[in-house]
Design a protein around this ligand. Structure first.
Ligand code: NAI
Length: 328
């Protein structure tokens, strides 16, 4: 039997957490032969800790053969101790009357502390995925707060946007999701993101040509993917949870187990590719192999795409400037 992997999950008793931890424990994220130890963090408040206790009781009641240990705590240094994987889901939600800037700052405090805790106690190879919003900027803050860890260990979740885009393309073109390759979503996990179907293929030929409707791309597809989160809230009265947990599973599974040469979208610190300034946590097309990701290079960026990529970059730069004072 393989030795167990330690998986930390913050906000484990929240909506996404409740959809996520059972799938991790069942082996859907790291493989059906990979034992895991779940290390779950929740806020110290009585209600949150009680909810976490309930989640742990249910995990027990599933009797997952791959779940070989569990920790529930309100202490980040306990949750992140020797963690090989960390899913940072818990975040401060926007309260009534709260300005975007205040939301950024409140979350900056959380992710500065969690980045420092990871820096202190996590495995030196820890793979970190930030889900809690604003995901890209929170991931950037955690990365900057962990100077002893490789910045490439920090990523932000764009996979839900990628999956949303895949399904909309499949519906429009009348093809199977599984047959679509080479899709990318550039930039920030926010309505400014740019789902880019120009390189996408189905059965090896151009999906854009098959659809043959550029006005649909610009006027329907891109805004629909961008506003999908709001549409879910409108319909469900709650934000996306099962689909967000599913995307987190996809992101980590691809990163750890590889993509077999296929493209995925990950929010990662830029290495300067495609004119995106170094360190900006930006959605890029990547290929994963042997536990590492690499940006797909050599793609041609046309004028429209450059404009879209710059718009989402400008938003990220603005968010980064908003928290700069906290990062020293
Ligand atoms: P939720 O409010 O149901 O759950 C969040 C949980 O985190 C709560 O149980 C809360 O007690 C806990 N928490 C808050 N601050 C914490 C901290 N500092 N340490 C540990 N635990 C903490 O929210 P939900 O629906 O699970 O969403 C979580 C986050 O994910 C939100 O920020 C949401 O905006 C974001 N999200 C991101 C998506 C993406 O694609 N990147 C998609 C959907 C949601």
């Amino acid at each position: 039997m393989k030795s167990p992997v330690r998986v930390a999950v913050t906000g484990a008793a929240g909506q996404i957490g409740y959809s996520l931890v059972f799938r991790i424990a069942s082996g859907e994220m790291l493989g059906k032969d990979q034992p895991v130890i779940l290390q779950m963090l929740e806020l110290p408040m009585e209600k949150a800790q009680a909810a976490l206790k309930g989640v742990m009781m249910e995990l027990e009641d599933c009797a997952f053969p791959l779940l070989v240990g569990m920790v529930g705590t309100d202490d980040a240094e306990v949750a992140f101790k020797d963690a090989d994987v960390a899913l940072l889901v818990g975040a401060r939600p926007r309260g009534p009357g709260m300005e975007r800037k205040d939301l950024l700052l409140e979350n900056a405090k959380i992710f500065t502390a969690q980045g420092a805790a990871l820096n202190k106690v996590a495995s030196r190879d820890v793979k970190v995925l930030v889900v809690g919003n604003p995901a890209n900027t929170n991931a950037y803050i955690a990365m900057k707060s962990a100077p002893d860890l490789n910045p490439k260990n920090f990523t932000a979740m764009l996979r839900l946007d990628h999956n949303r885009a895949l399904s909309q393309l499949a519906i429009k073109a009348g093809v199977a999701v599984a047959d679509i390759e080479k899709l990318v979503v550039w930039g920030n996990h926010s309505p400014t993101m740019y789902p880019d179907y120009r390189f996408a293929t189905v059965g090896g030929s151009s999906l854009k040509d098959k659809i043959g409707d550029e006005s649909w791309n610009r006027e329907t597809f891109i805004p629909k993917v961008g506003k999908r989160g709001a549409a879910i809230i409108e319909a469900r009265g709650l934000s996306s949870a099962a689909s967000a947990a599913n995307a987190a599973i996809d992101h980590l599974r691809d990163w750890v187990l590889g993509t077999d040469g296929k493209w995925a979208t990950m929010g990662i610190p830029s290495d300067g590719s495609y004119g995106i300034p170094k360190d900006v946590m930006y959605g890029f097309p990547v290929v994963c192999k042997d536990g590492k990701y690499e940006i797909v290079s050599g793609l041609v960026i046309d004028d429209y795409s450059r404009e879209m990529m710059n718009k989402t970059l400008a938003e990220l730069e603005e968010e980064r400037a908003g928290v700069a004072s906290l990062l020293g």
